[in-house]
Write a protein that binds this ligand. Structure first.
Ligand code: DLZ
Length: 171
């Protein structure tokens, strides 16, 4: 959780492997566009910063966060991707809609990640108000899109390292 004690954009750059040969899908929700596109900007720039190429970053937009899982599944079915990053912002309102959406996305992405064997990154802001969202979309607590990008790179690298080790063990 981002708070005064942590910043979503802070990480040790030296520990991040090169993303030069990695391919990414990004699914971004249209709801709360001013927030989600700030997340997209942070995510995209971070992938490029670590060596990913624009040709290897595929972006699709879905209407709302509830559609993130379906968008990720559709993108993954069409393209060979190493990871899919989902970006959205659900703001609590008068009803409990936010809980249904947040739980559905968390469960859906967990399931997709296990089924596909590819990291599906939860870049969803689950906030009480717009102020909290702005704080986490490039504001005083950093940008969750940056955190999502770094997580994707690290998870792909972890999988690649495992594959490498398993081959060595097989000899
Ligand atoms: C309907 C709805 C509401 C009330 N709030 C949000 C929100 O804060 N963030 C978001 O990403 N989407 C919201 N949606 C739209 C749903 O995610 C979804 O697009 C619709 O329920 C249609 O399935």
């Amino acid at each position: 959780m981002a708070s005064a004690l942590s910043n979503l954009s802070e990480y040790n750059e030296e520990n991040i492997p090169s993303a030069e040969k990695m391919s990414f899908g990004i699914v971004v929700a249209e709801w709360n566009r001013h927030i989600t596109h700030a997340l997209l900007d942070g995510c995209f720039r971070t992938l490029l910063r670590h060596g990913a190429t624009e040709e290897n970053i595929h972006i699709v937009q879905v209407p709302g966060s509830f559609e993130l899982t379906a968008g990720a599944a559709a993108l993954g079915a069409e393209l060979r991707l190493d990871a899919v990053i989902c970006l959205g912002c659900v703001i609590k309102g008068e009803t409990s809609h936010d809980e249904y959406i947040n739980h559905a996305v968390a469960a859906g992405l967990t399931q997709l990640g296990i089924q596909s064997g590819k990291p599906h990154i939860f870049g969803l802001l689950t906030v009480l108000n717009e102020h909290q969202a702005i704080d986490r979309a490039g504001g005083r607590y950093g940008n969750k899109g940056v955190e999502a990008a770094v997580t994707a790179i690290r998870m792909i690298a972890m999988k690649n390292a495992l594959r490498h080790d398993v081959r060595k063990i097989g000899f």
